[in-house]
Design a binder for this molecule. Structure first.
Ligand SMILES: *Cc1c(COP(=O)(O)O)cnc(C)c1O
Length: 368
């Protein structure tokens, strides 16, 4: 049995005819950038997600940068975000000229701790980026209350949380603007780089669309300088096909997680992921915790079970942020997670017998 961490081929095989036809039609029409297929995907994504505007861009990192710039973030500003994320969240803050200000995470949920946000707010603070990490939604009520009180913008980094829900509202529909990644391994994945930004704000949507396309909505009519961050038509065509299946795939991830919860729940020395009350997780990743993480990781590798660390080092302790002088003591919860987390395989097509084998090996490790 060959266990994969994620198997993108299995998903392709399940929708092969539609994907192949979509790719062929793009090539037949030789419209490789923009055109009706990109516009259709944006409209379809916006409709499915329940939002007014979807601006498709080249990748999820650009999505954050574009959104930050167009909500007015720039030189000298500060943007608050979580210590526990992928570097896109903080490097884009720096790219705008602003300073990323990191906050520790909540003990149970891996997400930014609202309790520790206000102490980081200064007169330079302009925005907060909550990251719905692994598919777990942040404590948005408390984050929005803080943002309102201090007049801060909220950008939800929803790269890992397509179709997650918080109190009946989809992740990404609570703040001012939200960004998605369609990196191949994400819950909705293209066959290359792709991303999108959603908002209900008409003016912001238009500005983001313009900025992502050299500052022009109509060719040669540049209203500002922008960047080149367009979604390829091929990726739009592929994503439009996959969008038809995303709710089923998200449910399959939840079912898979529920089985893990049941099978791994009682093991001594192992902590399974907890879901925030009144919310729906979308399980981009299923992350367990144990003090014997490194030992477990090598044991599983020796049994043919691939695992990954998301992520080996928390953001404030990465080299580019050395200049700020952060220490592990500044982020005790995130730092402890850094040393105990382990992502085990989860994807919609994960075969039952693979899952049973993975659980069996984890149980064997703890019982030996
Ligand atoms: C994947 C990811 C991004 C960036 O997306 P790309 O499409 O790879 O640029 C941003 N934030 C988080 C939390 C991510 O996981």
């Amino acid at each position: 049995m060959e266990i994969s961490f994620v198997d993108l081929k299995a998903q392709y095989d399940s929708i092969k005819a539609d994907i192949d036809a979509a790719i062929k039609s793009v090539i037949d029409n030789t419209a490789f950038i923009g055109g009706p297929i990109v516009r259709e995907f944006q409209a379809k994504f916006a409709e499915k997600y329940g939002v007014k505007h979807c601006v498709a861009v080249a990748n999820g990192t650009d999505a954050i940068y574009i959104a930050l710039r167009m909500i007015g973030i720039g030189d000298g500003d500060e943007v608050i975000t979580t210590a526990h994320s992928w570097i896109s969240t903080s490097e884009t803050i720096s790219q705008t000229g602003a300073k990323p200000v990191f906050v520790d995470v909540e003990p149970d949920y891996f997400t930014i701790d609202p309790e520790k946000i206000e102490e980081k707010i200064t007169e330079r603070t302009k925005a907060i980026i909550p990251v719905h990490i692994y598919g777990q939604v942040c404590d948005m009520d408390r984050i929005m209350a803080i943002a309102k009180k201090h007049k801060l913008k909220v950008l939800e980094d929803t790269a890992q949380a397509h179709f997650s829900e918080y109190r009946g509202t989809r992740a990404g529909l609570i703040g001012d603007v939200a960004t998605f990644s369609f990196y191949p391994g994400k819950n909705l994945g293209a066959y290359g780089d792709a991303g999108a930004i959603i908002t209900n704000d008409d003016e912001l949507a238009e500005n983001m669309r313009m900025f992502a396309n050299h500052g022009a909505l109509i060719k040669h009519q540049h209203k500002m300088e922008g960047i080149n961050s367009r979604l390829d038509t091929l990726q739009a065509a592929i994503l439009a096909v996959k969008l038809n299946h995303i709710l089923d795939w998200t449910q399959a991830r939840r079912d898979c997680a529920n089985r893990y919860d049941k099978l791994l729940g009682g093991i001594d020395g192992l902590v399974i992921p907890k879901v925030r009350p009144n919310s729906k997780h979308s399980y981009h990743l299923y992350v367990i915790r144990t003090d014997r993480r490194d030992e477990l990781k090598s044991f599983l590798a020796s049994k043919g079970v691939p695992t990954v660390l998301h992520y080996p080092t928390i953001l404030p302790l990465l080299k580019p942020y050395e200049k700020y002088g952060y220490t592990p003591e500044n982020f005790p919860v995130a730092y402890q997670n850094q040393n105990t987390i382990l992502s085990i395989p989860i994807y919609p097509e994960l075969p039952d017998d693979h899952q049973a084998y993975i659980v069996e090996q984890i149980a064997a490790f703890f019982n030996k």
